[in-house]
Write a protein that binds this ligand. Structure first.
Ligand code: NAD
Length: 298
C-alpha cells in the first residue's frame, strides 16, 4: 500500500538504492544513517532524511534496517549510549523488517526484542547485490508470521522481484546462510575442476561445454565461470572485479560457521570453504569477486 510511512535505517551500498525504489513506488520514506557521508549521499539523491534513527522510526508504520551486523541491528532496536531504542519510540504494532544479513541467533533476538515491545517483526535478507538493489530485482528470503509477511509483501516487491516466505523467525536468515554455503562450496569445486583440467590438457571451453550440459552444471559454472572466455559476462573476464566480493562471501560463511557450530551439523565442506575464503579474504583477494579463489589454486 503506497502512502505508508517507512523509516529506512542504513543507507549504504544496498540501503540507499532500496530506499530510493520504495520512494519511487510511492512510499513516504524517511532515511537515516549514522555515517554522515551516507546521509549526504541520500540527501543528494533526493531522499528525505531524519536527524536520528529514532526520529525516523517514531512516526513510521514500517521500520526497515539494512545494516552491517547483527550487533548493529540489536543495538539499534534496543538503543543505548544516550540514543533511544527504535522499539521504544515506535508506535505499537509497527512492522520491523530487518533486511541485513545477520546470524540466525541474532535475528531471533531482534524478533524477540520487537515482540516484547509490542511490535511485529520479519527477517528479510536479500540476494542480488547492489545491481539487484538498484534495479529492484532483489530476492527476499523472509522469516516471520503469515500475516506480517502478507503485509510486507507489496513493500518488498517494490524493491525486488521475488519474495519467498521461508518459515518462522530467523528462517529467512537460515535460507540465506544455507544457499551461500552451497555457492561457496560449488565455486571452489568448479575452480578446482578447471585447474585440474588445465593440468590434464583440457581447454576451458571443452570442460565448460561438457559440464554446463551435464551433471556438473551449477550457477558457479554457468553464470560466475571462474575462467575468462566461456561466459563473457562473468567477473573472470574483467580481472575478477565483483560481482560478489570475497569479503562479503567470507562474512556469510562466518554466519554459516556459527550456524554449523550451534546445530552440531557435520558440514565439513562448508567449514573448509569458510577456512579457504577466510584466508583469501585476509589479503588483496578481499575486494575481488569470490570466483578469484581459483587464482590461489594454480
Ligand atoms: P554498507 O556498509 O554499505 O551499509 C550499511 C550502512 O549501515 C552503513 O552506511 C552504516 O553507516 C549504516 N549503519 C550502521 N549502524 C547504523 C544505525 N544504527 N543506524 C543507521 N545506520 C547505520 O553495507 P551494504 O553493502 O549496504 O550491506 C548491508 C547489509 O546487506 C549487510 O548485512 C550485507 O551483508 C548485506 N548484503 C550486502 C550485499 C552487497 O552486495 N553489498 C548483498 C546482499 C546482502
Amino acid at each position: 500500500m503506497t502512502g505508508q510511512r517507512v523509516a529506512f535505517l542504513g543507507l549504504g551500498h544496498m540501503g540507499l538504492p532500496m530506499a530510493k525504489n520504495l520512494a519511487s513506488a510511492g512510499y513516504d520514506v524517511v532515511g537515516f544513517d549514522v555515517f554522515p557521508a551516507a546521509l549526504d549521499a541520500a540527501r543528494a539523491a533526493g531522499l528525505a532524511v531524519a536527524e536520528s534513527g529514532p526520529d525516523a522510526a517514531a512516526s513510521a508504520d514500517v521500520v526497515i534496517t539494512m545494516l552491517q551486523s547483527g550487533a548493529q541491528v540489536v543495538g539499534a532496536y534496543l538503543g543505548g549510549d544516550g540514543v533511544d531504542g527504535l522499539v521504544d519510540v515506535a508506535s505499537p504494532h509497527t512492522l520491523f523488517i530487518d533486511c541485513s544479513t545477520i546470524s540466525v541467533e541474532e535475528s531471533r533476538e531482534a524478533h524477540r526484542i520487537a515482540g516484547i515491545a509490542g511490535h511485529r517483526a520479519l527477517d528479510a535478507p536479500v540476494s542480488g547485490g547492489v545491481v539487484g538493489a538498484e534495479n529492484a530485482t532483489l530476492a527476499f528470503m523472509v522469516g516471520g508470521g503469515d500475516a506480517d509477511v502478507a503485509a510486507a509483501r507489496p513493500l518488498l516487491e517494490a524493491m525486488g522481484r521475488r519474495v519467498v516466505h521461508c518459515g518462522g523467525p530467523g528462517l529467512g536468515q537460515a535460507a540465506k546462510v544455507c544457499n551461500n554455503m552451497i555457492l561457496a562450496v560449488s565455486q571452489i569445486a568448479v575452480a578446482e575442476a578447471f585447474v585440474l583440467g588445465e593440468r590434464l590438457g583440457l581447454t576451458h571451453q571443452a570442460l565448460f561445454d561438457v559440464a554446463s550440459n551435464a551433471s556438473g552444471q551449477c550457477w558457479a559454472l554457468t553464470t560466475n565461470c571462474p575462467v575468462p572466455g566461456p561466459v563473457p559476462t562473468s567477473p573472470a573476464n574483467r580481472d575478477y572485479e565483483p560481482g560478489f566480493a570475497t569479503a562479503l562471501m567470507n562474512k556469510d560463511l562466518g554466519l554459516a560457521e556459527q550456524a554449523i557450530e550451534s546445530t552440531g551439523v557435520d558440514a565439513r565442506m562448508g567449514l573448509l570453504a569458510r577456512e579457504l575464503y577466510a584466508s583469501f579474504a585476509s589479503g588483496p583477494g578481499a575486494t575481488r569477486d569470490f570466483s578469484a579463489i581459483i587464482t590461489t589454486l594454480r
